[in-house]
Design a protein around this ligand. Structure first.
Ligand code: GLN
Length: 495
C-alpha cells in the first residue's frame, strides 16, 4: 500500500512508530499528483518546496523528540478561497489571478503553527458560486470515479484530490453545500460546522451570513481531527463562537435509543429513486442497531432554495463590490475614464455566473424590491430555523440525502443555471439555519457512482454527528467499498 492511500490517523501512528517520515508521505502525495493531475485538474497551484521543507522540519523535531502538535507532519490541501500568506489565492477567478495575500487566514495560522505541510491550493467554482467546479477560470476538475463527470462544487478540487489520493485531507468552504455535495459526489466525508465555530477571517467572502470553513477527508476520524484543529473563537471574526470540541474516542460509540428524524420533504419529487433507496437503507441500518426513526416535517424546505439564492446573491453583490479595478485584483487596460475602469475591470475580471449573482443580488436589494424579495427571504429563513428547532424537540438529528442525485456529466447543466441551483435543495436548509451537517458515503448507484447521506444536528452537535457517522463507517461494511487507488477514472477505481 502506498503512503498516500492511508488516512491521517493511520499515518500519525506510522509517524509515531517511526515506520515512515513526513517527508516520505509528502513525496508520495506529490508523485501521485504528477501521475493524475493531467487528467484530474484538482489543484490551481502547488507548493512542493515549502511543503517538503515543513515535512523535513517535523522529521528533525521528531528525531530530537521536540513536542509536536497532534497533526504535525500530515500534509493538507487548501481550497483556493482561503488566504495563504505568500501563496497565490485566486478564488478560481481572473479577478484574483495574481493575488498574493499578505496575511494568513486564521485557519491557516493554526495549520502552519501545527506544522502541517501545505501541498497546494485547490480548484473550485469561481468565488465558490456553483455546484460543479465548472465556473473556475482555470480548469475543469474531473470526478475520479468517472472522468466524464463533475466532482461537484464548489469545493470540487478538494473532493477530487482526496478521493483520488492526491491529498489526505483538505479545508473546504460551504455556503450552501459546497463541502457536503462534492463530498457526496466523490465518495468522501465532509463536515459543515455550526456557523461561527470556525473563524471566517481570511476566507474570501461570498455570503458572509452563510460562509463556513470545514474539513473534508476520506474518514470520519480525519474530519474530526481536522475540525478540532481549526475550531474555536477568534477575536478577528465578529461572528465567531467558542466551541468545545475534542475527538478522542475510547471505544465505538453506541446508537442505541438515538432518535433519528426523517424529514419527508427531502425524499420527494426531484430526488432520484436510487439515492432515496440508498439513504433509507442507511437509516434502516441505524434502526437495526438500536436507533429509533421518527418522521418529521419541515414545510419551509420547499422555499429554502429561492430564499437562499436571494440572500446569498444579495450578500455577494455587496461583498464583491470591493473588486473595482482600483485597490487590487484585475484592472482593465487603458480605461477611458473612471466609469470605464470600473465597468470593464468587473466585466472582464468576473465570469458569467459571478456576474449573474451580482446582478440578481443588486436587484433584490434595490429600493422597491427589497421588501418583496430580501425581507421575505429573511422571514423564510427565520421560519425554517424555527421548524428545525421544533424537529429537534422530537429527535436528536435528521438524516437526509446530501444531494438529490449522483455526479452528473460534464457540461450537462453549464447553461442551465436553474437546474444547477435545484441540485442544492438538500444542503441549503442546514446552511440557512446555521446548523452543523455532515455528508458520509452510504452506497453506490448502479453506474458505480457514490451516494451521500447527510446528518444534520442542532447547534454545536458536531461531536454527536461525527460519532454517529463514525459508527456507520466502522460497522456497516461500507468501508470495504471505498475507492481504492490502483487506477483512476475506470471502473477498477472502485471495488
Ligand atoms: N451551490 C451553491 C451556490 O452556488 C453553494 C455554493 C457554496 O456552498 N459555496 O451558491
Amino acid at each position: 500500500m502506498e503512503l498516500f492511500e492511508h488516512s491521517a490517523s493511520e499515518l500519525l501512528e506510522m509517524l509515531r512508530a517511526g515506520t515512515c517520515s513526513s517527508e516520505e508521505i509528502t513525496r508520495s502525495i506529490f508523485r501521485r499528483i504528477s501521475e493524475l493531475e493531467p487528467s484530474l485538474n484538482a489543484y490551481i497551484s502547488l507548493s512542493e518546496e515549502s511543503a517538503l521543507e515543513t515535512a523535513r522540519q517535523v522529521d528533525r523535531n521528531r528525531a530530537i523528540q521536540i513536542d509536536e502538535s497532534p497533526l504535525a507532519g500530515i500534509p493538507i490541501a487548501i481550497k483556493d478561497n482561503i488566504c495563504t500568506k505568500g501563496i497565490k489565492t485566486t478564488c478560481a477567478s481572473r479577478m484574483l489571478q495574481n493575488f498574493i495575500p499578505p496575511y494568513h487566514a486564521t485557519v491557516m495560522e493554526r495549520i502552519t503553527n501545527a506544522e502541517l505541510p501545505v501541498i497546494g491550493k485547490l480548484n473550485m467554482d469561481e468565488f465558490a458560486m456553483g455546484s460543479s467546479t465548472e465556473t473556475s477560470f482555470f480548469a475543469q476538475t474531473r470526478n475520479p470515479h468517472d472522468l466524464n463527470r463533475v466532482p461537484g462544487g464548489s469545493s470540487g478540487g478538494a473532493a477530487a484530490a482526496i478521493a483520488s489520493g492526491e491529498a489526505i485531507f483538505a479545508l473546504g468552504s460551504d455556503t450552501g453545500g459546497s463541502i457536503r455535495q462534492p463530498a457526496a459526489y466523490c465518495g468522501i466525508v465532509g463536515l459543515k460546522p455550526t456557523y461561527g465555530t470556525v473563524s471566517r477571517y481570511g476566507l474570501i467572502a461570498f455570503a458572509s451570513s452563510l460562509d463556513q470553513i470545514g474539513p473534508m477527508a476520506r474518514t470520519v476520524s480525519d474530519c474530526a481531527l481536522l475540525y478540532q484543529l481549526i475550531c474555536g473563537k477568534d477575536p478577528r471574526d465578529a461572528t465567531s463562537l467558542s466551541s468545545n470540541f475534542h475527538w478522542n474516542l475510547p471505544s465505538l460509540p453506541s446508537v442505541k435509543n438515538l432518535r433519528i428524524g426523517i424529514p419527508s420533504q427531502f425524499f420527494g419529487d426531484g430526488v432520484e429513486k436510487e439515492v432515496c433507496a440508498a439513504v433509507l437503507r442507511g437509516a434502516e441500518y441505524y434502526q437495526s442497531q438500536g436507533a429509533e426513526l421518527t418522521e418529521v416535517s419541515l414545510p419551509s424546505v420547499h422555499h429554502a432554495l429561492s430564499a437562499y439564492y436571494i440572500i446569498s446573491s444579495a450578500e455577494a453583490s455587496s461583498n464583491l463590490s470591493r473588486y473595482d479595478g482600483v485597490k487590487y485584483g484585475y484592472r482593465a487596460d487603458n480605461p477611458a475614464d473612471l466609469q470605464d475602469l470600473y465597468c470593464r475591470s468587473r466585466s472582464e475580471g468576473f465570469g458569467q455566473e459571478v456576474q449573474r449573482r451580482i446582478i440578481l443580488g443588486t436587484f433584490a436589494l434595490s429600493s422597491g424590491y427589497y421588501e418583496a424579495y430580501y425581507r421575505r427571504a429573511q422571514a423564510l429563513r427565520r421560519k425554517l430555523r424555527q421548524e428545525f428547532d421544533e424537529a429537534f424537540q422530537r429527535c436528536d438529528m435528521l438524516l437526509t440525502p446530501t444531494a438529490p442525485d449522483v455526479a452528473f456529466p460534464l457540461g450537462e447543466r453549464r447553461n442551465d443555471p436553474l437546474k444547477m441551483y435545484a441540485g442544492d435543495i438538500c444542503t441549503i436548509p442546514a446552511s440557512m439555519a446555521g446548523l452543523p451537517a455532515l455528508s458520509i458515503p452510504c452506497g453506490y448507484s448502479t453506474e458505480g457512482l457514490p451516494i451521500g447521506m447527510q446528518l444534520i444536528g442542532p447547534t454545536f452537535s458536531e461531536r454527536l454527528l461525527l460519532e454517529t457517522a463514525y459508527f456507520y463507517e466502522q460497522t456497516s461494511g461500507l468501508k470495504e467499498i471505498r475507492p481504492v487507488f490502483r487506477s483512476c477514472g475506470g471502473k477498477e477505481g472502485t471495488k
